[in-house]
Design a protein around this ligand. Structure first.
Ligand code: FRU
Length: 480
């Protein structure tokens, strides 16, 4: 072979390679690769879109050996942003997967789904006959159920592990609309009645049933909820023989009760609570029941950290997701409460662990002196018995997190000591995110927060004596 041939072989190879890689890249509209996730306020272990705006979490599903997340992307016109992860901690933003008819992206971004905009929805995994009817093949497929505005409830699918997404030819499958209501379909499989259930934001929440995800029949309506319903079953106090249904809305307000395949009935004595009392928790979604690998029974939730007041000064991207939590139900003062606890997998990104012994904290003691970090988990437990302190606080950069012992409030929201008169507090702090969990997750507070970027001091203080039971600090690794 002469030089010329070698060269043209290489050129041909390059052309083929480029067109294959173009073809692969063309599946998702890409973000600008030069964005490095190191901007001020950019969460280092919280998911955020590489560029542009994100809001609701949609289409959380485990399939083909990885976790998939579709999310509301694009400020002016909503699209389906798409990210994948192997461990729920390290996410790769794949780009924009669902591109609606009114997209603002350049013409080479193929408008591949129905509706003027892609509004929120959910996803499930199917195979066999159900897959056949939607995709034309029995192969396992992810089905994303979304609101195509101006069109209705629509399906998009992928049967190659999320590599490409197609719109269902028969869209819409339900809820024809001129506008954007009804919207936000949440679909799950209801085992006892062997059918799919769709809960949608429509006069509160309306339920539909289906055997194939295509033909939907009206079941019932409940006067509860504003946007983005989510629904799942959890054991009460860990008792798998006492499963309860939970219905929540975008605000995190939730009902606990029974669902018989047609109607949701709230337990009579049960009050309506918020599962998060912070300012920036919205449009949470869970992986479908029974969808996690290795028969993992957890209900894992990710929400949007919303910040309605114009954000914290993020540049290049806007808003982010919360850290994934595992949900539970716990009886507390004769009411059933949701518990939210960061998933255990967080321990795989622990770095620089420090542990303190039980000791009396006095005015002027700062056990955290010399600890510097902008991305960490800090867990503390106190015994309030005999305490002379009225305020106990942690200062993270420019932010005070105060427990008021007189009013028994954390960040001005009730956190009562347990039967042993103890309180526990766990903080997740990231460059622009604050999540505070109290008493095994019965307290949850989510906030997108502008920590002063060059300030990494942490302080523990009190205005009197208080008994520390334990304190543990873990720096957290960057997951990008
Ligand atoms: C909630 C919401 C949804 C809607 C989506 C549009 O944040 O208003 O009801 O589907 O955002 O992005």
């Amino acid at each position: 072979m002469n030089m010329y041939n070698k060269g043209s072989g290489l050129a041909l190879f390059t052309i083929i390679f480029l067109s294959i890689s173009n073809f692969v890249n063309a599946q998702y509209y890409p973000h600008n690769d030069s964005i490095n996730y190191k901007e001020n306020y950019r969460g280092q272990y919280h998911f955020s879109p590489r560029s542009e705006w994100m809001n609701d979490i949609n289409g959380l599903v485990y399939q083909g050996g990885k976790y998939h997340m579709i999310y509301q992307w694009g400020n002016k016109i909503r699209h389906g942003g798409y990210a994948t992860s192997h461990d729920l901690l390290h996410w790769k933003d794949q780009g924009v997967a669902l591109i609606p008819q009114n997209s603002f992206l350049p013409p080479d971004a193929k408008r591949n789904v129905s509706g003027n905009e892609v509004y929120s929805g959910s996803a499930v995994v199917v195979s066999g006959e159900t897959a056949m009817k939607i995709t034309g093949s029995e192969k396992e497929a992810i089905i994303a159920i979304y609101t195509g505005t101006g069109k209705g409830t629509c399906l998009a699918w992928s049967n190659n592990n999320g590599k490409t997404w197609q719109d269902y030819q028969g869209n819409p499958v339900g809820n024809l609309t001129d506008d954007a209501i009804p919207r936000d379909p949440c679909v799950f499989w209801h085992e006892p009645s062997s059918k799919w259930i769709l809960a949608i934001y429509e006069n509160g929440t309306t339920f539909y049933g289906s055997s194939d995800l295509i033909q939907w029949d009206y079941l019932s309506n409940i006067n509860f909820g504003y946007e983005c319903p989510d629904m799942f079953q959890l054991p009460l106090d860990g008792d798998e023989n006492n499963m309860k249904w939970v219905l929540l809305d975008a605000n995190g307000s939730y009902l606990v009760g029974e669902f018989d395949g047609t109607t949701f009935r709230k337990d009579e004595s049960q009050q309506t609570f918020m599962m998060d009392v912070g300012p920036d928790f919205y449009a949470a979604q869970t992986f479908p029941m029974g969808n996690l690998p290795n028969n993992d029974p957890r209900i894992i939730q990710i929400a949007w950290m919303d910040h309605w007041n114009g954000g914290i000064g993020e540049i290049v991207w806007e808003r982010n997701a919360t850290f994934p939590v595992s949900l539970g139900l716990k009886t507390l003062n004769e009411q059933i409460r949701i518990t939210r606890n960061p998933i255990n997998e967080i321990s795989t990104i622990y770095e620089n662990t420090k542990v303190w012994d039980s000791q009396l904290i006095k005015v002027g003691t700062n056990l955290l002196k010399g600890v510097h970090s902008k991305k960490f988990e800090l867990s503390l437990e106190f015994d309030l018995t005999g305490s002379t302190a009225l305020n106990l606080g942690i200062k993270v950069a420019n932010r005070y997190i105060i427990y008021d012992l007189y009013n028994k409030t954390l960040l001005s929201n009730e956190l009562l000591p347990d039967d042993a008169n103890h309180i526990s507090i766990k903080l997740l702090v990231d460059w622009g995110q604050l999540e505070v969990f109290g008493n095994e997750g019965t307290f949850s507070y989510t906030q997108q927060f502008a920590f002063s970027p060059d300030h990494d001091n942490i302080e523990l203080f009190s205005d009197g004596d208080i008994q520390l039971i334990s304190m543990e600090f873990h720096e957290l690794a960057r997951t990008w």
